[in-house]
Design a protein around this ligand. Structure first.
Ligand code: NAD
Ligand code: ZN
Length: 379
């Protein structure tokens, strides 16, 4: 079957002036990593940062591509999961990079999901006051979201992503075949971010996903198209607002509710980030409908598509959430207030006016959100 798939690739440019870079998306593009790095930085030395699971599947192929282009490399393998995105993880990676003699003009290669990308990217940002890095995202979430846009960092014991830097990669290689080894639940969670781009700014893409999601899950040309469209959407927003002083906040659609749900479930396997975003997007749509901003029909359309691919869309879909009373409306409000800027008693939310049209609402009255959540928790 694979042999029958036509080899193709799509390149999306992130237009950031002298820090502009390409995202190369396609089946088997990982093979070209070495040659691309060699032409971008002749004579460079590299270190690959990855996690144990990704290493098992993709480290050899990555090293082979670098070796074929005559690029010296060393490997730094961390434990998988959020536990590596810590001060201890950063120390381990930084010391290993120094030991590997990665110097100012060398390159760090982040091979993995969002955890590895954020950790390796931040280590690169601060090593010798900054060395360049290449993202080789291996989860769907990383390919459509975390590898693009230059946010890097680690978690503090006091909260997620609280320590970090903006540091753009010099190249992103998103091989769609690499996703074939990703656990189906992880793929689905990443898909929530893909649907998010349609919901927030591209109705035609949302409709395309409604018709073609089966093919996106299978792989092939539809998967490449979905990833490329997502990257193009993110790249356009990042190019307009790299440091999130305005429009970039639109990318947080579903994230205010989602983060609160993730926190309430202890950032555990009960709810992956993308799953929280799926429930969060539906809550954002329904809340928008309760304010009369979007039709009930459009809000239901968002929920229907996410449910169709098997994502959770209601609080009851989260294991034990309602049954065990993991959080009441007040607890969720407290978690959201921590996550978001509260200005003069008002909350900022990304709300929907239509499928494909999100807006930044800076003056949401907390009591309305609380009442809405209270209602949702009443099963
Ligand atoms: N920087 C940003 O802009 C940004 C945006 C969104 C999310 N994030 C961060 O990304 C992280 C989540 O990323 P994630 O969902 O990719 O998590 P992750 O990196 O933990 O990957 C999820 C799991 O999938 C495994 N995996 C990854 N690729 C695989 C493959 N090809 N085959 C088999 N297994 C594979 C990993 O080992 C891990 O166990 C969070 O820390 C979040 O804060 C950052
Ligand atoms: Zn997200």
């Amino acid at each position: 079957m694979t042999a029958l798939l036509k080899r193709s690739e799509t390149t999306v440019n992130v237009a950031l002036g002298d820090r502009a870079y390409d995202i190369v998306i396609g089946r088997d593009v990982l093979v070209s990593l070495g040659a691309r790095i060699a032409s971008l930085r002749p004579g460079v030395r590299t270190a690959i940062v990855t996690d144990k699971t990704v290493a098992r599947h993709w480290l050899e192929a990555t090293e082979a591509s670098l070796a074929a282009a005559g690029i010296a490399t060393s490997r730094i393998v961390v434990d998988e999961g959020e536990a590596s995105k810590t001060y201890a993880g950063l120390e381990k990676v930084s010391e290993a990079l120094i030991a590997a003699k990665i110097e100012r003009n060398d390159l760090v290669v982040a091979l993995g999901g969002g955890v590895v990308g954020d950790l390796a990217g931040f280590a690169a940002a601060i090593l010798r006051r900054g060395v360049d890095f290449v993202q080789v995202p291996t989860s769907l979430l990383a390919q459509v979201d975390s590898s693009v846009g230059g946010k890097t960092g680690i978690n503090s014991p006091q909260g997620k992503n609280l320590v970090g830097a903006f540091h753009q990669p010099v190249l992103v290689i998103a091989d769609t075949a690499v996703l074939d080894t990703l656990a189906p639940r992880q793929f689905r969670a990443g898909y929530a971010e893909v649907a998010k781009y349609g919901a927030l700014g591209d109705e035609a893409f949302f409709s395309w996903l409604e018709a073609n999601h089966g093919e996106v899950f299978k792989g092939g040309a539809a998967r490449e198209h979905a990833i490329a469209t997502s990257c193009r959407a993110k790249a356009a927003i990042v190019a307009r607002d790299e440091r999130e002083t305005g429009d970039r906040a639109l990318l947080n659609l579903g994230h205010t509710f989602g983060h609160a749900l993730e926190a309430a479930t202890g950032f555990s396997d009960r709810l992956f980030h993308g799953e929280g975003v799926a429930v969060g997007m539906v809550l954002a749509a329904e809340f928008s409908a309760s304010l009369g901003m979007i039709s009930q029909r459009d809000a239901a359309r968002v929920a229907r598509h996410l449910a169709e691919v098997g994502l959770p869309t209601k609080l009851e879909d989260i294991a034990g959430f309602v049954q065990e009373g993991l959080a009441d409306a007040d607890a969720l409000m407290t978690l959201m207030a921590q996550d978001k800027k509260v200005r003069r008693g008002k909350l900022t939310f990304i709300l929907l006016e239509a499928v494909g049209r999100a807006v930044i609402a800076k003056d949401v009255v907390p009591a309305r959100v609380r009442d809405f959540l209270q209602d949702k928790l009443r099963v």
